[in-house]
Design a protein around this ligand. Sequence first.
Ligand code: TXA
Ligand code: MG
Length: 349
Amino acid sequence: MPGLLDSAVKQLRDGRLVAIPTETVYGLAADAKNVVAVNQVFATKGRPSGHPLIVHIVNPVLPTMSSLEKQNAWQHILLDWSRDVSPQALALAEAFWPGPLTIILPKAKNVLLEVTGGQETVGIRCPNHPLAQELLKLFDGAVVAPSANRFGRISPTTADHVRDEFPDGDILILDGGACDVGIESTIVDLSRWDSHGAVILRPGAISKGMIDEVLGNLITSESHQSSNQGDISKPRVSGSLSAHYAPKTKLVLYDPNNIQSINLADYKGKKVAWAHFKDSSRIDFSLSCHLEELLLPSTSNDLAKCLYATLRTLDQSSVDVIYFEKLPDSEQWDAVRDRLGRASVGSGA
Ligand code: TXA
Ligand code: MG
């Protein structure tokens, strides 16, 4: 789509917004060095100004490069954004970029405070989607790109979802198909390395175990809520609000080992959606008139890929309540369980 890409580059240069596909979710991109454009992102999303944005950079690495050449290339581009590009940052970049990992580093002097939400740190990610990469290359700069949804709502994983979020917006949308990963990038904070090691602020497809392997176990996970409450010296992560990624329909998470406690009386005669794994305990929905049953995929990657699209479809199908089986406790489910939990808290509003 050369014509459309050229228009998208022009749009970015003019300080306007472009919705871009990434491997995680669609982003609402704007020139990371243009303060007017960055402010427009906050206004369009309805996002509070203290919530920092991720800077998305072009992939400077060629497959033929040696490990040293790759790390040099990452260092060169990261120094535009961070004053302290640590060996740990380079190791993570080499291992996982382009890919679904955001690294928090001390910001460089010229990075706009509007981008960082007033903080001294900046989040950086190199997305792994060919269209996003082509755009970044042609643009010859970096873009901020929060998920292309209104604040607090479900992140978009197709171009149609973006259109639904911003029906009257002056936003050019690059359609790169359905997102491969389906949930937002893992965020790892390296800015407090000396005192805290690496801290995972948001779980994602790059798991704690995968990061451990590269950094050698110096990693902790910070409870999202505690990172957000009271202490303003700590990074603020908007996805850390306990209510986020929320469908309009009430979403109830139930324990498949305790289905007796489910009270269906309130939903007698209403439309109920029931999402569960194959072979799990059956709920007796005979009281409810209309039942829509959804069989969940058995792997966390497959569920991540379809979770947001499923919640959107249910929102549109005038279901009164969604009963969703709780996800397993193991690490591989951390990221999807996190999103589903927040979706449930914010649902029905
Ligand atoms: O996968 C993704 O990361 C997607 C795609 C479009 O790249 N983007 C995304 O952006 O999820 P957004 O704005 O919806 O979420 C970014 C998160 C927010 O929770 C924000 O607070 C956090 O990253 N963040 C950004 N900069 C930060 C910083 N300096 N310190 C702590 N958290 C930061
Ligand atoms: Mg978001």
